[in-house]
Each structure stands twice: as structure tokens, then as C-alpha cells.
Design a protein. Sequence first.
Length: 139
Amino acid sequence: MPSPFKTIMMRVISKLIVFNGTQLLVLKKKSSVTKYSLLGGGVKKRESPVEAVIRESREEGDLDIGNYKLQLFKANIYIEKKEVYVIYYYIVNAVKKYKLLEPHKFESLDWVELNFALPKLKKRDRNIIIDYINEFKKK
């Protein structure tokens, strides 16, 4: 007998937020309109979220963030269509060396002013960054 419950897929993702003063390190997507993305991606089996963000940052941007102090800011759950996303957001301050390693996916990897970058990020990523900025201002 078929199950009355629909199958729901769950994806675990780790993202990296890198600040340098009022700038954010973002990947510019290949698109006719300007869209940005944070470094990061899916967590593989037998990999922790922090291991995933270190690996993804290395694969996408040649960042060696293992030498920096990573701070887990938030883990959020989002539901879109038939998928549940658990997204871990890590923060690190200014990195010295970076280089776009996936030109087939992205146009560039660069520092962009927050005010310009925020509206061009996915809403869920934008909201996390705004939360972080608001929390930082309280301190």
C-alpha cells in the first residue's frame, strides 16, 4: 500500500559570509541581470557543515579559511516546494587571498559594497546578513 505521506527531500548547505568593512565578498552569477551568491554549497555525507564551508570556499574561491576564525552565526530551516533546506551561515572577516575557480558557473568573485550587493542576493541570504549587521550594531 502506498504511503499517504509525500516524500520530502532535505538538503544541508553551508554558506560563508565574508566582510571587509562595508564590503561583502560575493560570487557574481552568469546572468543577464546582476545576481550575487555567497560562497558555499551542499554538505556531503560524512562531512560536517564547517568542513563543507571550508571545502566549498576552497573549490569556488581558492580561500583557505581553515586559518581564519570561523564563527557560526545561524542555522536556519527553509521549506521550498517539496524540499527542506538546513542552511548554516558562517562569518569570517576580510580574507587576503581569493580567486574565482569556477568561471563556468560565475562571472567573478569580488568585494562589493553591502548596499549594492544585498538586493541582488537571495532573500534568505540577504535577511541573514541584515540580522548579523543589526546584532553587530547592538554590541
